[in-house]
Design a protein around this ligand. Structure first.
Ligand code: ZN
Length: 303
């Protein structure tokens, strides 16, 4: 099941016991459908459960009986179609429209209280919403057919939650959110609390994985650094042996150089422990750095 479907399933389980909210949710579903005018109203969904919920709401709010057409005849979609002008007008009137408006806008008269805004967004999401699997990307959207309607949706959401962004797509307008926190808030607001939690979990796992990757990268970098230093030390010692002799070094430096040469795998702290007078890691490093300097000098003199 896609994440989008999961959210829709959860929303379909929300009880609409307040008449005001039933009306608002039905309204959201209607505005999200692509055909909503006085000659025809068409509601389309990939999921039977959603189409049935729409029919239930339409019956309760407008007293109209309808049922979804099976997807075999409709290319995979469950379609609810009203094409009797009497039915269409009944629905339009119920939501405060005449059918002659130049632009379809959100009619706030259909919201009695704040609870209705949440119900409206729920209906809108069931009708024209979708979201990407958060494992891939944070993206939540309402795909709205008309410009003024999309603008009204942006404004409405902005009054209750974070103001979403608006963009165009071939098929119309997209009202969308890209921040995981904003999407979490939206899901919770629409009463998809379970999906919101699931999104949070994905985010935590993602952040943890990034942290582990960063730590591993850091360790690899340190390892590479000490391997390079080790190579530099061994090279300097070999240069000294070739061009002069380790006897040219002071006794302390000579001891370190011999140990380094004979134990190429040992760490600096291990070398420190092997010395006749044990030394810290940084002490050993200090002496090796000196050896590198002396080797460079000897090499320069010989050339
Ligand atoms: Zn309400």
């Amino acid at each position: 099941m896609s994440f989008s479907h999961r959210v829709k399933k959860e929303l379909c389980g929300v009880a609409y016991d307040q008449p005001c909210c039933a009306k608002a949710e039905c309204y959201g579903m209607l505005l999200g459908s692509r055909t909503f005018h006085k000659k025809e109203i068409v509601f389309k969904s990939e999921h039977e459960e959603i189409a049935r919920r729409f029919c239930g709401l339409l019956k309760e709010v407008c007293g109209i009986t309808c049922r979804p057409l099976a997807p075999a005849r409709t290319g995979g979609f469950y379609i609810v179609r009203l094409n009797q002008s009497f039915d269409c007008l009944t629905v339009l009137t119920a939501f405060g429209y005449t059918g002659d408006e130049p632009f379809l806008r959100v009619n706030r008269g259909n919201f009695e209280d704040d609870c209705c805004v949440a119900a409206f967004l729920r209906g809108l999401f069931l009708s024209c919403g979708s979201m990407t699997d958060p494992n891939k990307e944070y993206h939540f959207e309402f795909s709205v057919g008309k410009f003024h309607l999309a603008q009204d949706v942006v404004t409405l959401i902005g009054e209750y939650l974070t103001r979403p962004k608006l963009t165009t797509r071939k098929s119309g307008y997209v009202v969308y959110l890209k921040e995981s926190e904003q999407i979490e808030d939206m899901l919770t607001y629409m009463q998809a609390g379970g999906s919101s939690m699931a999104l949070m979990e994905v985010k935590i796992v993602k952040e943890l994985r990034n942290k582990v990757n960063r730590a591993t990268n850091c360790e690899t970098a340190n390892l590479t650094k000490s391997l390079e230093a080790g190579r530099r030390h061994l090279q300097a010692i070999a240069t000294l042996e070739q061009l002069a002799s380790l006897d040219a070094l002071s006794p302390e430096l000579k001891e370190v150089a011999q140990l380094r040469r004979d134990n190429p795998e040992a760490s600096l702290s291990e070398l420190g422990q092997m010395l006749s007078e044990p030394l810290s890691r940084s002490g050993v490093n200090h002496r090796l750095t000196k050896i590198v300097e002396i080797a460079a000098k000897v090499k320069a003199e010989k050339q």
